[in-house]
Design a protein. Sequence first.
Length: 254
Amino acid sequence: MISAKKKTGAIIQARMGSTRLAGKVLADIESRPLLWHVVERMKSAKTLEKVIVATTDRPEDDAIDNLAKKEGWLLYRGSSEDVLDRYYQAAKKFNLGVIVRVVGDCPLIDPLVVDICVEKFFEDDCDFISNFFNDESTFPRGLDVRVFSFKALEKSHQKAMMPYEREHVAPYIFENRNNEFKIGPTVKAGKDYAGNYRFTVDYPEDLLLIKNIYQKFYAPGKIISAREVIAFLNKNPEFAKVNAEVIQKPYKAS
């Protein structure tokens, strides 16, 4: 049975300065900013006590700050380069014991997948768990969830020294998983979630697909079911061709 866990919260990483599609987190989707949809979806997860947006202290991200104030969101502003520190300071400020990491350019992030990953984290009594590993997942890209303890985050913050370990959140954990951290098994997708689709927004083609999906499935007050979208795309593969040729940029565990 899914239940909320005290001091478990999501930190949504968001900034305006994307090199591939600048300003994408505030792109209009059905008369709402993309980031607004991400926050609303995360607020629907039953296992989360708090949902926090973590942006940078750069002037261009004042727009995210203004939106957060308008909507009454919890917000932390920190380093644009040291993302690990930004997460650590946000988690510390809002007194989180367990952190769910998602990014602000995934407007179909699924609250049910979040709940599954959080429950698995507690069941396995681990330091870190995720539904993808080494750029591989049985879920569509854009349903990526990472769950880790504040203690693991704090240890990473204290010990990570290499630039790439600071530019992302999880590299230090993954590279020291055998002797410092207990990593839970990768959470696998059930058949209703499995699919080779891109629901993350990195390029104009990605944004077009998301706009088309929202136009078909969204209604005010409704959280679109990712499973419903996947089932539709499985039956109508031509619908997803708009971004089928986009190649995901590889990266170390983030």
